[in-house]
Design a protein around this ligand. Structure first.
Ligand code: HEM
Length: 117
């Protein structure tokens, strides 16, 4: 009988990762800088959802976000969807703390490398 147990979780390929923000399987992390600095990741936020240069953070590599209040349940779903709340089920941005120990300069160097993939 087939078994579906695995020894771990398959890490995603990082080709073109500079162009695919927001990050992680649930899109919970807006920039590469935040991927590599878990303590800095925004917890409750929104963004403009524009795709022009003003919406993009080219230093952190990803989308600019602003802090938000919890979504108002009286708002229609398309408005509530604009608020990303990492405390909700399936929306966590936890884990992948591998970049936390890097200095700011080291993190920038890794991001420069990721931009070349
Ligand atoms: C400094 C070293 C590392 C860098 C620069 C790095 C970079 C990244 C980036 C940019 C992503 C986001 C990919 C995306 O959303 O498309 C990612 C996701 C991921 N990485 Fe790493 N990573 C590192 C170390 C590791 C290590 C050591 C592991 C495993 C032990 C790992 C496992 C994963 C997994 C499983 C994901 C997917 C997480 C998710 O989608 O929720 N990474 N990594």
């Amino acid at each position: 009988m087939a078994t579906f147990a695995t020894a771990g979780y398959q890490a995603p390929p990082l080709d073109g990762v500079w162009a695919t923000a927001p990050y992680f399987h649930n899109g919970s992390v807006p920039t590469l800088d935040d991927v590599l600095n878990s303590k800095n990741r925004p917890k409750l936020y929104t963004r403009s959802f524009r795709t022009d240069a003003t919406a993009y953070d080219s230093a952190k590599v990803g989308w600019k976000v602003t802090p938000a209040k919890e979504a108002d349940p009286s708002q229609p779903p398309y408005e509530r969807r604009k608020i990303y709340d990492t405390s909700k089920p399936g929306r966590s941005n936890a884990g992948h703390t591998y970049g936390d120990h890097l200095t700011d300069d080291e993190r920038k160097a890794v991001i420069e490398y990721l931009k070349t993939l």
